[in-house]
Design a protein around this ligand. Sequence first.
Ligand code: NAD
Length: 505
Amino acid sequence: MTYTVPHFVGGQKISGGERTSEVLNPSTGKVQGAVPLASAQEVDEAIANAAEAQLGWAKTNPQKRIRVIMKWIQLINENIDDIATTLSLEHGKTFEDAKGDIIRGIDVLEFSLGAPHLLKGEYTTSAGTGIDVYSMRQPLGVVAGITPFNFPAMIPLWKAGPALACGNAFVLKPSERDPSVPVRLAELFIEAGGPAGVFNVVHGDKTAVDAILDSDTIQAVGFVGSTPIAQYIYERCAATGKRAQCFGGAKNHALILPDADMDQVVDALIGAAYGSAGERCMAISVAVPVGEETANELRKKLEERIPELKVGHSLDPQASYGPVVAKSALERIHSLIGEGEQAGAELVIDGRSAGATDEEFNGESLKDGFFIAPTLFDHVTPEMSIYTEEIFGPVLTIVRAETFEDAIKLPTEHAYGNGVAIFTRNGGAAREFAERVQVGMVGINVPIPVPIAYHTFGGWKASGFGDLNQHGPDSFRFYTKTKTVTSRWPSGDATGADFAMPQMD
Ligand code: NAD
């Protein structure tokens, strides 16, 4: 039985046109559904619907808006197991990991409950004689989110929560690879009392994205995905005068100093490199041990631990991680592993053949699933493509460094700058590292330093275009514009026209 995922516009599920894309179950490789790919006209209709609904939503006081979000949080929590199952079956991440995807999204909805406080303006009395100055934050209008496949709940919620709390209407163009969860989230928003048309989901490919970028109504675009598309969207938004924040790919390093707790390091690296099949923008893909002794010990422990991992169906509770999202992703990972071998890196553990399996899960064959077992390279050097490119698969590379200075240079000089970690017991070294490294998010003995919802999330260099981060206070700045009013009331003592710039005295 296959299903068709609807668009969600004006508070209703609506079917799309003829153009569709397959929705696969990555664990079996089988087609399980279809998703419509919207035409420009369908996108325009959704945007027009949102524009109408936004006027009333913006007038609703912020406390009433956040009551809807409070109820929305409750409904998502009540339905979390069903949503996580759908997410797992379309994405391929394990059920527990899928729950984490949803919960880290809810975190940002919870932060957004602070909207009445965060939207308060500023006021200066008597800035000049009889003059008061105040500023207010107003919603932008209709804003759009364009999101990737790898966090189909978390990232749409990171965008929708603050955008809606600020009084905007939101049009989401989620990934066409795992489209069901965003529709369910929008549906629950309406069930929570959100007005129809305030949160719309339109599926599609480049045609739908370009319609968003060309729309005169859309005021801001929040994008997350690969770097080439992030840059394209950022440039096109600049050309059409839209506010944009566009987050791209990553290559996250973990430095391991000789005094690190090696058992803690190995636990951290195994989870951060192989969890979710390495399909996280904060996955660690480069381990940088400092000194030969550290490198040898790290490699030995990784070699002992990696074979214990189990790759399986995403709903298999025994699985450490599931398949990658698509056959094309699997082929790309295989090809990069081949390039690494050819370039002279040592392929210590090759996950390629071990990925194929004759097993079954709940009576379903896994032989066509997109599986790849954990892969480990040693003696990788900075000019190799397995170092320069984002692999986005369960591949960990070891780049050996002689000194701290050699090690810090690697993430600092890499084109990407999303996340980075350092493992050490030396507070001074950790502090210096955090201060000097040219990367947006830093972990100290923490491998995946995704900031909590009330701080902000954003990478540097090719990992992020735009000056404001996601969630935290930045999101309230991104989704509002500031209006500043300078006021004076007639006092009856006119002093004549002023031809010089007014000075506040
Ligand atoms: P992607 O760039 O292929 O797709 C992202 C979105 O852009 C999707 O909605 C897709 O439909 C759309 N899109 C794809 N091709 C397009 C085109 N030619 N023109 C217009 N729109 C297009 O990314 P993905 O494969 O879905 O996600 C994985 C990538 O996202 C990785 O590079 C990962 O590092 C990155 N990512 C980054 C962050 C971050 O915060 N920096 C977070 C999660 C994922």
